[in-house]
Design a protein. Structure first.
Length: 227
């Protein structure tokens, strides 16, 4: 009996260990099951529906349309030709007698047109068109006892619509001595800048004090004013 005692103890110990392991497993399972109560699987679309949606989106997607290089060049050349073939604006003719016109007053203005401030005189003698340029014949004279200077970048030309027009002064003096002679020159304006205009105004201040401002308004630029 004494010889079987170790074996009996060993088998008893193994039985206790097996029972403890089984009990621990059952307890862990029950604990985990209680912890997962109320948790459900997320509602996700099936793989088949997901694949079908991707296929449908692919079919509905429009393929990009590539323009041909020849078509692009043809369109650019056509638009460029239209720009460079734009005709030069024509000066509006004087309305016939008796026809109603809001610009009747400006058509009666006659040259020369004069502005005089403190003994300094600017005269617009006439106007003519030379190809694509409108040319005003202008003269300046200083009858005062002081010299007068001008900077022609300050020359301002405005049409009857209020548009500021780019203009260039030629052969007009930068400085006039006291009691000077009359100096003649021109003011040139691109005809295309006057499209639809009826009259012009010139404004020229002295430099640098700008105490004198010569201004001639209502210069007609249509009809028989062109010579």
């Amino acid at each position: 009996m004494s010889s079987n005692l170790p074996m009996v103890l060993t088998l008893s110990l193994l039985t206790l260990m097996a029972g403890a392991a089984i009990g621990s497993g059952i307890f862990g399972y029950a604990l985990g099951r209680d912890g997962l109560k109320g948790i459900t699987q997320p509602d996700t679309p099936s793989t088949t529906k997901f694949i079908q949606r991707i296929a449908k989106d692919h079919l509905n997607r429009r393929e990009p349309v590539f323009l041909k290089e020849a078509d692009i060049l043809s369109s650019v050349i056509s638009k460029t030709e239209k720009v460079f073939q734009t005709p030069s604006p024509k000066i509006s003719p004087i309305p016939s007698p008796g026809a109603p016109s809001p610009n009747t007053e400006s058509s009666t203005i006659q040259f020369p047109l004069t502005s005089q401030v403190s003994g300094v005189v600017m005269i617009v003698h006439s106007l003519r068109q030379d190809n694509n340029l409108i040319i005003l014949n202008v003269s300046l004279q200083n009858n005062s006892v002081q010299s007068v200077r001008f900077l022609y970048s300050f020359l301002t030309v405005v049409d009857d619509r209020g548009r500021v027009i780019s203009a260039t002064a030629n052969n007009l003096p930068g400085e006039m001595p006291p009691k000077s002679i009359e100096f003649s020159g021109t003011v040139t304006i691109p005809a295309i800048a006057l499209d639809g205009a009826i009259s012009l105004s010139l404004s020229l201040p002295d430099y640098p004090d700008q105490l004198i401002r010569l201004q001639v308004s209502g210069i007609p630029i249509h009809g028989d004013t062109l010579r």
